[in-house]
Write a protein that binds this ligand. Structure first.
Ligand code: NAP
Length: 259
């Protein structure tokens, strides 16, 4: 058990489903008090009930992370419920697939807001808490798509995920004065509600292209996030960790067949 997580106040954006749900569950198992932020109530309530039934402590707050007023309200509500925010997991994101030729300027702006601007808003809203506590942790959920790889239909998405890492480098310097670290996990293909919506063919072809021959589990990402959030990771900031079962390693498709 990472004892440094016990009783910490943690916000997990997009914590109602998928990777965020995995992060919320793993942090709650370590004794954290977890505030899940999402827009849809049904999944948020189900996840919170599941975590609490397993002996953890979680609550939810309905919030669109792209909206500054709502993010401020989330952080204020979290402080009133559990105390100042120790750890922010900026995880919420969407990945609608659409090629550039079909993508509208509005769709571009929407994904920038949900995936990238939200990261800035959530970090900004938590800074007064980190300052008050004299320490803090931020863990961003980026992706391999954008910073490392490309895939037709995800130019806009990839730009947000690479943008998160660009934001992080300077944020790490600015947050250092609050003794706060900020790092990013970069998942490969992880089995979530969002990924499942891409269809069976996509999932099968992806699994075949991964050296470890399976898609990732949400816990694979959550455990890395937990490490970045721990006291044990106090001297790591502005860094990123790829968690992809080796997906980005092969020089060509045939290389995987040689395994
Ligand atoms: P998911 O299963 O679709 O879950 C997305 C979560 O984000 C839900 O809780 C959703 O709840 C929430 N959310 C979406 N838009 C929001 C908004 N505007 N405000 C607040 N909450 C919002 O997705 P996932 O696969 O777990 O992905 C989570 C993160 O991991 C994303 O940042 C994604 O880019 C990244 N990622 C995923 C994979 C993968 O293979 N799954 C790989 C690389 C990176 P509501 O819809 O109810 O708001």
């Amino acid at each position: 058990m990472l004892t440094s997580i016990q009783d910490k106040t943690v916000i997990v954006t997009g914590g109602s489903k998928g990777i965020g749900k995995g992060i919320a569950s793993v942090f709650a198992r370590q004794g954290a008090n977890v505030m899940i932020a999402a827009r849809g109530e049904t999944a948020a309530k189900e996840t919170v009930d599941e975590i609490n039934a397993a002996g953890g402590t979680a609550k939810y707050y309905l919030c669109d992370v792209a909206d500054w007023e709502q993010v401020q309200a989330l952080v204020e509500h979290t402080e009133n419920t559990f105390g100042p925010v120790d750890i922010l997991c900026a995880n919420a994101g969407t990945f609608p697939q659409k090629k550039i030729v079909d993508l509208s300027p509005k769709e571009w702006d929407d994904i920038m807001s949900t995936n990238l601007k939200s990261t800035f808003l959530c970090v900004k809203a938590c800074i007064p808490h980190f300052e008050k506590l004299g320490k803090g942790r931020v863990v961003i959920t980026s992706s391999i798509t954008g910073p490392i790889t490309g895939y037709p239909g995800w130019a806009h998405y990839g730009a947000t995920k690479a943008g998160q890492l660009g934001f992080m480098k300077t944020a790490a310097m600015e947050l250092a004065r609050y003794n706060t670290t900020i790092n990013a996990v970069m998942p490969g293909n992880i089995v979530t509600e969002g990924l499942a919506s891409l269809g069976e063919d996509y999932l099968n072809s992806m699994a075949a292209a991964i050296p470890l021959k399976r898609l990732g589990a949400v816990e694979d990402i959550a455990n890395a996030a937990l490490f970045f959030a721990s006291d044990e990771a106090a001297y790591i900031t502005g860094q990123q960790m790829v968690i992809d079962g080796g997906q980005t390693l092969p020089e060509c498709a045939e290389a995987v067949d040689e395994i």
